[in-house]
Design a protein around this ligand. Structure first.
Ligand SMILES: [Fe+2]
Length: 196
């Protein structure tokens, strides 16, 4: 269910991220947020999450990459701070803000999700790793990183990074495991072939 605060969060973040693509953030742009949101909506239904908790996940999703353009290495902390400031201004309850901040922080690669809300966030954010269009997304990430760092990334380096990323990917919800594990394994095999 789209509550008023979810709607406001969506509009606020869209206003910040709308020019990301134009500015060279080819992957971390508004389209990515909408994709993650769509997958989360699906997982929420499949995993039987109620409306009250869905609101928390949706807000976290809209904000989770909002600060990528300001600090791509540690954007999760800044994104959660921007989310907190926004929600406090909108008189959102403090205990719910704390849960949302944790859900945003869990999108850091090294952090493991601790509850179903965090699991849905993680699975939705990494959904493309278990999809057929994974390699197209990988090209966008490469293009984006080259743009941010000003350094050319060789195909070999790119493939090795992707291979390590895929091998370390874990899906957490039952639905995601059921629907994406097979394609994840296919993607690993495909990238492995390119490395040999
Ligand atoms: Fe993301």
């Amino acid at each position: 269910m789209i509550t008023e605060i979810v709607f406001k969060s969506k509009n606020y973040v869209e206003s910040i991220m709308k020019d990301n693509k134009k500015n060279g953030y080819y992957y971390h742009c508004w389209e990515h947020i909408l994709e993650v949101y769509d997958r989360a909506k699906y997982l929420i239904e499949k995993e039987g999450i109620n409306d009250d908790l869905s609101e928390i996940i949706f807000i976290a999703i809209f904000f989770h990459d909002v600060a990528y353009q300001y600090d791509f290495k540690n954007h999760e902390e800044l994104s959660s701070k921007m989310c907190e400031d926004f929600l406090l201004k909108n008189n959102y309850p403090k205990d719910r803000i704390d849960i949302i901040k944790s859900i945003i922080i869990v999108t850091k690669p090294i952090i493991k999700p601790q509850n179903i809300l965090e699991k849905i966030m993680k699975d939705s954010d990494l959904d493309n790793l278990g999809r057929k269009d994974f390699f197209e997304k990988g090209d966008l990430v490469k293009k984006e990183l080259q743009n941010i760092t000003g350094k050319k990334i060789s195909d070999q380096d790119r493939n090795l990074t992707i291979y390590n990323l895929l091998c370390n990917t874990v899906f957490y919800t039952d639905t995601q495991r059921k629907e994406r594990s097979q394609q994840l394994q296919k993607n690993i095999l495909a990238i492995k072939k390119l490395l040999n």
